[in-house]
Design a protein around this ligand. Structure first.
Ligand code: MEV
Length: 429
């Protein structure tokens, strides 16, 4: 996938402040966001046909394909990050995630916007060796052979190296002297790619060199989904007046402290954070399983389980921040043929993987803020149920239309129709 598919290139500024977007029809919304992000004709055609992918493209993506599976393609508005506007594509089935993120982004925007920064795209390739003789003594030997190991790794990814990326560092760990288990972690700069294929290639290329140096049996050669050197941090301030007053600001800070003190709450707090990250990651064709795995492992690094984000009370309101490993790519991957993902990139208009990581972290922070604000004030159920009812009413309506358009039966029993509507409702809930 590319990140510069818009007719005027990625540097064109987007207006993300679109008040009342939800009030328009689907077609009208598509027109408004297409204009705001100045997307290509291909993206406009994608909107015009209602999105989705055809079954032939689906067949090329996976195995044993029998149909396609749809999700809503939505756009979160109001994001201002590092003083730049972003429309954020989101694909999610849960009601209120998009509305909540847009709403929180508006509040943060009114208070100065989000700030994000991401590390270079350093992924970890792991090479496992077992039955290494005298394992306790291999660390110095392998560290002394850094250049040879990097050469072997870099030779396996020449295009990456041509673009200025490649092996940067290594760490050797002896996991068991008794079983001679040694792991070499190679840290590889993968540029704007997510980088899984690249580091798997490096791991496979380096493994025989490691073995020739220390002996033993080669085990796994694969990336780690805990890319600790590829972290992203986001920060925002939000004025108490923007979130409904001092009492709500206090409530959000107390909710954050609850998550810091209790892992059962921290998990739910993080789920709310990941609502936004995952929804944007899915729309943008990212490997959300790897993002999830890395985020939760990061929370458990110290043996407990901590929240990904915290909110502290300030004189004016709140300061929120998050820190997490995040491996995302703005180029590459197997998804460039997917119009949904191409369109999502045209909307978000990022110029690098690091910028994309920053956007996702801010969407997480916004989703988290929206959830805590609701929990600290009227409770989550009121908003949830309003949207949930809208969804079930629409499903009921569709079912009624289907029943009405069915060919007349000899004696259509009213009770049967009622049962059909009721069971449709049960299924959609
Ligand atoms: C629901 O999808 C997410 C929340 O449970 C998050 C939270 O409790 O912070 C509302």
């Amino acid at each position: 996938m590319t990140n510069s598919t818009g007719p005027k290139g990625p540097t064109r500024r987007v207006n993300a402040r679109i008040p009342g977007l939800f009030k328009h029809s689907v077609e009208e919304r598509a027109r408004i966001v297409a204009e705001s992000a100045d997307v290509s004709d291909r993206a406009r055609a994608f909107f015009a046909r209602g999105g989705g992918i055809d079954v032939t493209s689906a067949d090329a993506m996976s195995e044993n394909v029998v149909a396609t599976f749809g999700l809503p393609f939505s756009v979160a508005t109001n994001f201002a990050i590092n003083q730049r506007d972003y429309l954020v594509p989101m694909a999610v089935e849960e009601p209120s995630v998009v509305a909540a993120a847009s709403n929180a982004a508006r509040m943060v925007r009114e208070s100065g916007g989000f700030f994000a920064d991401a590390d270079a795209s350093i992924m970890t390739a792991q090479v496992q060796l077992d039955d290494v003789p005298d394992a306790a003594s291999v660390v110095a030997k392998l560290e002394g052979a850094r250049d040879a190991l990097f050469d072997a790794g870099d030779r396996s990814i020449p295009k990456m190296v041509e673009r200025g990326f490649g092996c940067r560092d290594l760490a050797v760990r002896v996991l068991s002297v008794e079983h001679g288990v040694v792991v070499v972690d190679l840290f590889v700069d993968v540029g704007d790619a997510m980088g899984a294929n690249c580091v798997d290639t490096v791991a496979e290329a380096v493994a025989p060199v490691v073995q020739s140096l220390i002996g033993g049996r080669i085990g796994l050669r694969i990336l780690s989904n805990l890319p600790l050197r590829r972290r992203v941090r986001a920060f925002c301030r939000v004025d108490a007046s923007a979130i409904g007053g001092a009492e709500i600001a206090d409530g959000i800070a107390r909710a954050s402290r609850f998550a810091e003190l209790d892992m059962f709450r921290a998990v739910t707090h993080n789920k709310g954070f990941m609502n936004g990250v995952d929804a944007a990651a899915v729309a943008l064709g990212q490997d959300w399983r790897s993002i999830e795995a890395g985020a939760h492992a990061f929370c458990a690094l110290d043996g407990g389980y901590k929240p990904l984000s915290t909110w502290k009370r300030t004189e004016q309101g709140l300061e929120g921040r998050c820190d997490l490993p995040l491996a995302v790519g703005s180029v590459g991957g197997s998804t460039s043929a997917n119009d949904a993902i191409r369109t999502a990139f045209e909307l978000v208009r990022v110029e690098s993987a690091r910028e994309l990581a920053g956007v996702l972290a801010c969407v997480g922070l916004a989703s988290n803020l929206a959830a805590l604000r609701a929990l600290a004030s009227e409770g989550i159920q009121k908003g949830h149920m309003k949207l949930h009812h809208r969804k079930t009413e629409a499903a009921d309506q569709r079912r009624r239309e289907e029943v009405r358009s069915e060919p007349p039966r000899s004696e259509p029993p009213a009770a049967e129709e009622a049962t059909a509507v009721a069971s449709a409702r049960t299924v959609t809930r």
